[in-house]
Design a protein around this ligand. Structure first.
Ligand code: SAH
Ligand code: SF4
Length: 397
């Protein structure tokens, strides 16, 4: 099988170029095309000798992912992609654009209330949400990916290629002048549990930083709460953002939603987060998917406040926890439903009153199955393509 050029690291590119009898700077040119220009097509690499390109194309496919579906939602501000992997399985990536001049970030650590949807910031944002695994073995009961089960880990190349591919499409897809023309952020919040595939996750994060030139603070890794992964994050030199999917304030409820809680219950999870904060002095986001009648009651909000308010950055004493409330994106067949607007407000106010910074994430891509794992579920298992290929659906940008 031909492989993707993104599967080769800098040393492997050098070896390949040397094998072809070319000088080492050709490897740097190749890396520049892949990582900085985000262009895997050998035909486009016109500053490389034709003979080298011909030789490489015998063994490498350039791109390793095939765009299978593309859906457009939120008037062109959300785009969802389904990429086929070599071997037939598929993963999802989602592009979310945010207008510049959004609302404010928190004014100070003493200001626990963060206004909703401030993500745009002064320059706007274009965030790509990427997958780290095909499927997921964690089995969260409300999550389409979790219900689908695990197929395989993605390689470093397959993770970073999602960023490259979405990034090259962005100028065309840009919904308006208020949105940036380049990717500003990458979040590991697509399919899979990044810390169940740690080597590839960290390999990809380093390459996105060094190769693609993204600042570490523009990269966020979201985990369901794998304690060994959080410990490793505390020791990693790359200061990416950490998000922890908590979803409940009691073990009784969290056990039901997030089965991995039986291995690392809330107290153990928060102890690891505390160690992470002590080691890195960085804030941690806590994701909380609000589901009607399941975890949207005030009792959970008060409990969450009690758990997270004491989490402080050593030295400055500022809040180390920030709660992101995500109204549940309806997923057929799971039996879970989104909360009412009133329930979201009440929950948010209760968390804020407990002194924990909190924001509500705008619900993106509801009309295009944009919650984790939904598009792949709709598209069926490999070889059972139920939907048309790579055609924009829904509203045009
Ligand atoms: N496995 C990692 C990262 C991928 S999931 C994790 O669980 O953190 C990214 C986030 O989307 C998680 O917080 C997850 O709980 C949430 N999520 C999954 N399905 C959802 C849905 N239907 N509606 C809202 N959030 C959802
Ligand atoms: Fe896996 Fe995250 Fe979905 Fe849980 S929420 S099943 S960890 S992808």
């Amino acid at each position: 099988m031909t492989r993707s050029l993104y599967d080769l690291d800098a040393r492997q590119l050098e070896a390949l170029v040397a094998e072809a009898g070319e000088p080492p700077y050709r490897a740097r040119q190749l890396a520049h095309w892949l990582d900085r220009r985000r262009q895997p097509d050998l035909r486009a690499m016109t500053n490389l000798p034709r003979s080298l390109r011909a030789r490489l194309s015998e063994r490498f496919a350039g791109a390793g992912l095939t765009l299978d579906r593309h859906q457009v939602g939120d008037d062109g501000w959300t785009h969802k992609f389904l990429f086929r992997l070599p071997g037939g399985d598929a993963v999802e990536s989602v592009l979310m654009c945010y207008k510049r001049g959004g609302l404010r970030p928190p004014r100070s650590p003493q200001d626990p209330m963060v206004e909703d949807d401030w993500e745009g910031g002064p320059r706007g944002r274009a965030t790509v949400c990427i997958s780290s695994q095909a499927g997921c073995a964690m089995g969260c009961t409300f999550c389409a990916t979790g219900q689908f089960g695990f197929t395989r880990h993605l390689s470093v190349g397959e993770i970073v290629e999602q960023v490259a591919r979405v990034s090259t499409m962005l100028p065309e897809l840009r919904p308006g002048p208020g949105a940036p023309d380049h990717l500003t952020n990458v979040v590991f919040m697509g399919m899979g549990e990044p810390f169940a595939n740690q080597e590839a996750t960290w390999g990809a994060a380093h390459r996105l930083h060094q190769g693609f030139g993204l600042s570490a603070r523009a990269i966020t890794i979201s985990t369901v709460g794998l304690v060994p992964g959080i410990r490793r994050a505390a020791a990693e030199p790359l200061p990416v953002n950490l998000a922890v999917s908590i979803h409940a304030a009691t073990d009784e409820l969290r056990d039901r939603l997030v089965p991995v809680n039986r291995t690392w219950p809330i107290a153990v999870l928060l102890e690891a987060v505390e160690e992470y904060v002590a080691a890195t002095r960085r804030r941690v986001s806590f994701e909380y998917a609000l589901m009607a009648g399941v975890n949207d009651e005030l009792e959970q909000a008060h409990g969450l406040g009690r758990l997270l308010a004491p989490l402080r950055v050593p030295g400055s004493g500022g809040h180390a926890a920030h709660v992101n409330l995500i109204p549940y994106n309806p997923t057929p067949g799971t039996g879970f439903a989104p909360p009412s607007k009133g329930a979201v407000r009440r929950f948010r106010d209760a968390v804020a009153a407990a002194g924990v910074p909190v924001s509500v994430r705008a619900n993106r891509g509801v009309g295009i199955d944009a919650a984790c794992g939904q598009l792949r579920t709709a598209a069926g298992r490999p070889g059972r393509r139920a939907l048309p290929r790579a055609e924009p659906q829904g509203e045009a940008p």
